[in-house]
Every structure is written in structure tokens, then in C-alpha cells.
Design a binder for this molecule. Structure first.
Ligand SMILES: Cc1cc2nc3c(=O)[nH]c(=O)nc-3n(C[C@H](O)[C@H](O)[C@H](O)COP(=O)(O)OP(=O)(O)OC[C@H]3O[C@@H](n4cnc5c(N)ncnc54)[C@H](O)[C@@H]3O)c2cc1C
Length: 415
């Protein structure tokens, strides 16, 4: 800690705003800088799941086996744009081995430690922002079309259960009773009772931002392009409006955080933009009671305030590339396959870039180069879940306290 109680955060996504409100509640005077209004990056359109106990890294043996098939299908759940392949290769070479053995267990442990406490960490922030009614309990159903497919995924469910992360196997009758809207061809499921959902992920970020501003926090709509570091190692942030000297700096800039980290001396942080898409159907024609994650389609289906959202797919095309809306159209087709006869009229589409580390473990870290620079990014598929935990850990680091979790696995220089 520098002695000053001033902090500047780059990024007004769910991670940046959760961190801003947490610091403010601990007495810091906080400024948030973002080129977009709060919540208009990746945090806008996610699947809305607070994945308590849902500690699945992206690299899993089952998924890795399917990779060649996915790659041959440009509209499948996983795609690499040909022009991006060479740039992605070093990241892929780190990603692929994390799906096996000790490395897989390491990712599950590091991820699970955050997921397990995620809702507990959200509670005080949701209360402070008057957002408690925006989060619903109920759990998450992972339905399968055959026992054989569920059995194939069972080793990973068992790894999670062995760590105390709750899930239960459901047969056809229990599944029907719990979620009558699911078609009968789903004959079994894994159910995660602690999983929660939000009614609108964007509303969560704008709600945090409102509470933060009401508490005296400042949000600046500016683009950060560089840092200037003087002879005394004092940092100033260069934005398109000028130079802003900072006392403490926290980088929560989502899928392009590596670019800012590089300017601050952390070269080669393996962060990639893992693009996802959603389709939201305002009047699907039936009601779903739970979040449904259909492993066979790699899509999450969430009842929200504005309709039924289908979110998923993972596309590596680089953070600066244009969306490929054919991939969102493919999600619409999946919606029709999962729920034949679903009403798609009036649907909306969106795409956003997940900030992805190869081991599916975020960066929550003090800079090895500056005592007053901190990082919170790389939550990949779980930034909504992890926002409040990351905020809490960073605020503890900044206060000079021992963090409530061991943060060694989240170091920025672990690769
Ligand atoms: C389809 C899909 C479904 C998902 N479902 C879930 C889910 O169910 N549960 C879950 O937990 N997570 C989910 N996620 C992941 C989650 O949405 C992300 O992990 C999370 O939004 C990342 O938040 P963030 O604050 O790190 O990044 P962002 O929300 O992207 O915020 C980063 C901000 O930094 C700003 N920024 C970057 N660079 C600069 C700069 N130079 N100057 C100024 N501002 C800058 C950007 O404008 C942006 O607003 C999903 C993601 C996708 C795509």
C-alpha cells in the first residue's frame, strides 16, 4: 500500500465495477476509466449464471477429444478463424495440456476455490447496490440425451464432487418433475443445487455503477492508450483526454488486459479473446424454471427478465475482429433443436469477448514490477461469477492484509 487512499481502475465491466464498489466500501476514493459505458463490454450479454460449485475448466478431456470435429465445422461450438491460427498457436500449446492429469486438477482447484465462495462474496455488494432481487436461486440442470453421454462426463463430475462441490445425478422421472419444459428425449441429468442466475447481467453492472457513483465514485468515459512512468516510478495513465496521474492502479480491462499489462512490464501474458454469442427470445412460448446447460450442445439456457437466453460457442478470431453473426444464427438453430417448436420471433443477438487464460484460471495479482499496480482479469467463462471474489481479494491485497484465499495460483507471471 502506498499510503494514499486513491485508486484508479481501468475497466467498467463486472470485474472492474465489483472491485470499485468493494474498494469504495473500504474507504478508498476510486475512479473508474472505460471507453464504453459500464457493462457494455463482455459483461453485457453473458448467460447470467453464478456458477457456485461449477468449476469446469474449458480444457477437459471430453472437449479436447471433440476438438478436431468442432474445428471442421465453422459453426460448431468451437472455432478458430484461419487468419488467427498462427497468432493463437502459442496460447493453444499452453491450453491443450491443461486438460489432463495434475494440471487439470490444478485448474479445478484454483477455479473451484473462487466459484465455491462466489455468491457469498456477491451478497454484500448486491445488498449495497439494492440488487438482491436480481439474483435467483434454483440451481442448474445439465441434461443428457443418453446415459452413455452422462457416463462419459462422469469422471469430471466426480472430481468436483470429491472436492465438496455439490451435484446430484437425476433420472428421467426426477428430471421431468424438476423441469417439465425439457423435452422427453433428455433422460438423465446432473443437477447443481447451489447454482444461481441473474435476471439481467447488464443490470447487475449498471446497478453496481449507480451505487458506486451515489457513494461518490467517479466514472470517466475515456480510452486508455499508454502509461507514462517518471524517474520516481510514479505512473500516469494517458487517455484520449490527457494524462491522469494515479496513486494505485488496477487493470480490469477484460479481454485486452494483456495489452495494458505489457505496457506496465508484464510481457507475454497469455490472454486470448474467446468470443461467445447469445440469442435472446422474448416470447419462447414456455417457461423454464432453471438454468439449463446442455453439454451435448455446449450452450447455456437461462430464463431472464427480457426473455429466454441461449448463450455459448467459443470462437478465436482475435479481439479486434468483426463478429461472425452466422455463429449466433447457429445458436438459434440449437434453440430449435433443444426445444422443437420454440417461438423465435423478435429474437436479439449479441457477441462478446471472454478474457481467457489457457488454464481457465484468472489473474488476481499484484504487479511484480510496481507495488501499486494490481491485476484482475482473465475470468473467461466465469467473470460474472467471480467479479465480487476478485474485488474482495484485490481490496485485501491493497489493504496489506493476507487475502482470505491463497492467491498463488492467480499470479500474473505464472506462465
Ligand atoms: C456467451 C457468454 C456467456 C457467458 N456466460 C457466463 C455466465 O453464465 N456466468 C459467468 O460467470 N460468466 C459468463 N461469461 C463470462 C463473463 O461474461 C466474462 O468473464 C465477464 O463479462 C468479463 O468481465 P470483465 O469485467 O473482465 O470484462 P468486460 O466486461 O469486457 O469489461 C472490460 C472493460 O474494459 C474496457 N477497456 C478495455 N481496454 C480499455 C482501454 N484501453 N481503455 C478504456 N477501457 C478499456 C472495455 O471497454 C470493457 O468495458 C459469459 C461470456 C460469454 C461471452
Amino acid at each position: 500500500m502506498t499510503g494514499s487512499q486513491n485508486a484508479t481502475i481501468i475497466g467498467a465491466g463486472v470485474v472492474g465495477m465489483a472491485t470499485a464498489l468493494t474498494l469504495q466500501r473500504h474507504g478508498w476514493k476510486v475512479t473508474v476509466i472505460d471507453r464504453l459505458p459500464p457493462g457494455e463490454g463482455c459483461s453485457f450479454g453473458n448467460a447470467g449464471g453464478i456458477g457456485v460449485d461449477h468449476a469446469f475448466p474449458v480444457a477437459l478431456p471430453g472437449i479436447l477429444k471433440r476438438v478436431p470435429r468442432y474445428l471442421l465445422d465453422p459453426l460448431g461450438p468451437l472455432a478458430i478463424r484461419p487468419g488467427h491460427f498462427t497468432k493463437l498457436l502459442p496460447w493453444l500449446l499452453r491450453f491443450l495440456p491443461t486438460g489432463y492429469g495434475r494440471r487439470l486438477e490444478h485448474s479445478i482447484d484454483a477455479l473451484g476455490a473462487l466459484q465455491h465462495v462466489s455468491y457469498e462474496c456477491w451478497k454484500p455488494l448486491l445488498k449495497a447496490a439494492g440488487l438482491e432481487d436480481q439474483v435467483r436461486p434454483g440451481g442448474c440442470i445439465n441434461p443428457y440425451e443418453s446415459e452413455a453421454n452422462l457416463e462419459a462426463d462422469l469422471p469430471i463430475w466426480r472430481l468436483l464432487q470429491a472436492r465438496g462441490y455439490r451435484s446430484e445425478r437425476l433420472g428421467a422421472a426426477e428430471l421431468r418433475q424438476l423441469e417439465p419444459a425439457l423435452p422427453a428425449r433428455y433422460t438423465c441429468a446432473m443437477f447443481e443445487p447451489e447454482f444461481r442466475r441473474v435476471l439481467d447481467p447488464f443490470r447487475i453492472v449498471t446497478g453496481l455503477a449507480d451505487a458506486f457513483q451515489q457513494g461518490g465514485g467517479t466514472i470517466l468515459r475515456e480510452n486508455v492508450s499508454a502509461f507514462e512512468i517518471d524517474a520516481d516510478r510514479k505512473i500516469a495513465v494517458r487517455t484520449h483526454r490527457g494524462l491522469r496521474p494515479v496513486d494505485n492502479l488496477i487493470v480490469c480491462a477484460g479481454a485486452v488486459s494483456d495489452r495494458l499489462a505489457r505496457l506496465l512490464g508484464n510481457r507475454g501474458v497469455p490472454l486470448e479473446a474467446g468470443r461467445g454469442y447469445h440469442v435472446t427470445l422474448p416470447e419462447p412460448g414456455f417457461e423454464l424454471r432453471h438454468v439449463v446447460v446442455a453439454p451435448e450442445h455446449q450452450v447455456a439456457i437461462t430464463p431472464m427478465s427480457m426473455g429466454l437466453r441461449f448463450a455459448g460457442t467459443l470462437e478465436f478470431s482475435g479481439a479486434d475482429s468483426a463478429p461472425n453473426w452466422a455463429r449466433a444464427d447457429a445458436i438459434l438453430k440449437v434453440a430449435g433443436r433443444v426445444f422443437p417448436g420454440i417461438n423465435t420471433q423478435g429474437y436479439t443477438q449479441w457477441s462478446g469477448d471472454r478474457p481467457m487464460m489457457p488454464d481457465s484460471v484468472p489473474v488476481i495479482s499484484r504487479s511484480p514490477h510496481f507495488a501499486n499496480v494490481y491485476y484482475g482479469f482473465g475470468s473467461g467463462h466465469y467473470g460474472l461469477t467471480q467479479g465480487a471474489v476478485i474485488g474482495r481479494l484485490i481490496s485485501e491485497l491493497m489493504a496489506g492484509k493476507a487475502p482470505f484465499l491463497d492467491i498463488t495460483p492467480y499470479r500474473i507471471d505464472r506462465f
